[in-house]
Design a protein around this ligand. Structure first.
Ligand SMILES: Nc1ncnc2c1ncn2[C@@H]1O[C@H](COP(=O)(O)OP(=O)(O)OP(=O)(O)O)[C@@H](O)[C@H]1O
Ligand SMILES: [Mg+2]
Length: 449
């Protein structure tokens, strides 16, 4: 059952119960009033008859007086008077007007039984009449009460129906934004984050709508960032492969060609019997092979930065520094490494290496520094800080390609349960600082717990 139907049904039930209670109270009061009126009417009639009977023995025309007495009850709403003859038959009865619209019998029963008729004997059985019977009549009162009851029920039911319709309309209008919100939520569930809901309606809903819009915008932004990161990754991979192909072509190709040439020369010299010239070409082949071995090692280290897992974090960072020192001998690198890296979890080592790699990369690419400081430190509370600071320009023009290095670093550090700060230093230069609490499990494990 919908919430709207429940609210409307509840209000309808409350209205019905209050109407029923109101009727019971009104019915009880009408019953009391009616029985009071009938008793008073009968009492008055008794008195009228009694005082008439006092004068009757002195009357010259008792027959006329008795008929007149009965006639005084014509039109009386509460009492009907009948004159009984010597045989006990009603010789004369007053006229009581019948109600236009009599109430249904169940309603008359509800209002209570009428008091019993009273019989008063005619003194000395004057004019041959035995008694006067006074019968209480409540028909007109009951019919009036019935009309009033029908009116009240009509007014109350009309207002209740109107109230319910209004409540239904107000609730429907208030719930309309909820339906829109539910629709948008199912779109989000299906992976479509483009929808937004219009803000409006009750204040409680406006907060919900704002929260939904913020959530959808955040999800859309995250999805877009992931897509760009994916594209970036592909581009980087392709650039790297092109780079490697170039290096193979430029560095290895000519040397292979030279080795081939030297080998042919050795063959020709052998045929000619000039063995004295052979060692020179053998040395040239050895030099070319040594050069190619170095190139292949360099390529391998670029392809497998996971050298860290073989040599350890400190060695991998030293390799990185060597790599840059060879290419940028004008930059001085200062290294402070951990004494005991063995106790660091492998996942943390990986994060540390990636932070140092990207931060050093950024320093060289964007900062144009004279010196780069790389410092790893483990506090007493087992917080590992990784700081890469340079004395370069502090803020270079944003590169045309990227802007993903810092984002990627931040995500890696956050996934490991740490925090990353970076930015230009007040006195010039740029500092990137990651702080990782070693005893706190990574975010993924926390979520699983
Ligand atoms: N050491 C630094 N010195 C000066 N500017 C820096 C430094 N590190 C980062 N920046 C600035 O921050 C920007 C964002 O760096 P980020 O590493 O996110 O992207 P990027 O290096 O430009 O591209 P990539 O996605 O290839 O890493 C850089 O373009 C640069 O302007
Ligand atoms: Mg970068």
């Amino acid at each position: 059952m919908s919430l709207r139907a429940r609210v409307v049904a509840l209000i309808a039930a409350v209205l019905a119960v209050s109407m029923a209670l109101g009727m019971v109270v009104a019915g009880y009061e009408a019953r009391q009033a009616l029985s009071g009126e009938l008793a008073a009417g009968l009492g008055g009639a008794r008195q009228t008859v009694a005082s008439a009977f006092e004068d009757l023995p002195h009357s010259d025309h008792p027959d006329r007086d008795l008929r007149q007495l009965i006639a005084t009850f014509d039109g009386n709403r509460h009492v009907r008077a009948s004159l009984l003859d010597a045989q006990g038959r009603a010789a004369l009865t007053s006229h009581t007007s019948a109600p236009d619209r009599p109430a249904p019998p169940w309603f008359a029963r509800l209002l209570g039984a009428t008091p019993p008729a009273a019989q008063i004997a005619v003194p000395g059985a004057a004019a041959g009449f035995r008694a006067i019977v006074l019968t209480p009549t409540a028909g007109i009162d009951i019919s009036a009460a019935w009309r009033e009851f029908v009116g009240i029920v009509a007014v109350l039911s009309g207002s209740a129906a109107l109230g319910l319709v209004l409540v239904y309309l107000v609730i429907s209008a208030a719930f309309r934004p909820l339906r829109a919100l539910a629709g948008q939520f199912s779109r989000v569930g299906a992976g479509d984050y483009s929808g937004r809901v219009a803000e409006g309606g009750p204040t409680e809903l406006i907060g919900l709508q704002r929260g939904f819009n913020r959530m959808a915008a955040e999800l859309a932004a995250t999805t877009e960032r992931n897509r760009l990161l994916g594209d970036q990754l592909l581009t980087i991979q392709e650039e790297e492969r092109a780079d490697i192909a170039r290096d193979l072509h430029d560095d290895i190709g000519p040397h292979l060609f030279a080795v081939n040439m030297d080998a042919e020369m050795i063959a020709q010299l052998g045929d000619l019997g000039r063995h004295d010239a052979v060692p020179e070409h053998v040395r040239a082949i050895q030099a070319a092979v040594a050069h190619m071995q170095r190139q292949v090692r360099d390529l391998l280290s670029r392809l497998r930065p996971a050298r860290m897992t073989e040599l350890g974090l400190n060695a991998a960072i030293r390799d990185l520094v060597d790599f840059w020192s060879q290419r940028r001998p004008d930059i001085a690198f200062h290294l402070t490494l951990l004494q005991d890296e063995a106790r660091l979890p492998e996942a943390v080592k990986d994060v540390v290496y990636r932070v140092v790699q990207e931060a050093a990369n950024n320093a060289v690419r964007h900062g144009d520094p004279h010196a780069i400081q790389i410092a790893l430190a483990l506090d007493a509370d087992r917080t590992l800080s990784v700081c890469v600071a340079d004395d370069g320009v502090g803020r270079a023009a944003p590169s045309a390609v990227g802007g993903f290095g810092l984002v990627g670093m931040g995500e890696r550090v956050a996934a490991a349960g740490g925090t990353l700060t970076f930015g230009p230093d007040p006195g010039g230069g740029w500092t990137t600082l990651a702080r990782l609490k070693l005893d706190s499990p990574p975010a993924s494990q926390q979520a699983a717990a």
